[in-house]
Design a protein around this ligand. Sequence first.
Ligand code: FES
Length: 167
Amino acid sequence: MPQESETQVDEPGRAPQDAPAGGGTRRGLLVGAGLAGIAGLAAACGGSGDDEAGGSGGGGNGGASGGRQGGGGTALGSAAEIPVGGGKVFKDAKVVVCQPTQGEFKAYSSKCTHRGCDVGSVSGGTINCPCHGSKFKIADGSVANPPADEPLEEKRITVQGGKITLA
Ligand code: FES
């Protein structure tokens, strides 16, 4: 008969903690909040672009890297603003455009891969983060100076008629 007594001791002891109603409700709320957050993010991403054409059908060259919908072509500015061997930070678009060599344009996310600060300047052949001193090479976004240990995320741009457009 010891089994009976164990069962009896367990039930009253656990009942308040494992009450199905309380646990289930809390989980339900957490899941609901998470989904609402995700939905909010998705809505923010989809709604913030001012693109006219929409992004779903346009990615002809999606390739293996997983086509990312950039926002339908945000005009950044004139290619003449980008110095050869240097670059420019477009704060609003959160992108850095560089021209490592004459006529070769590269673009990267302006978000530092160390802790997420916005990089502040381009000088001496590197994109520089003011927060902790990380530097990234303008030619490929790779780390030139730690503490960052990951390259900047490359962005697609097009340069046509002297105008730079974020793809
Ligand atoms: S966030 Fe850029 S160096 Fe730390």
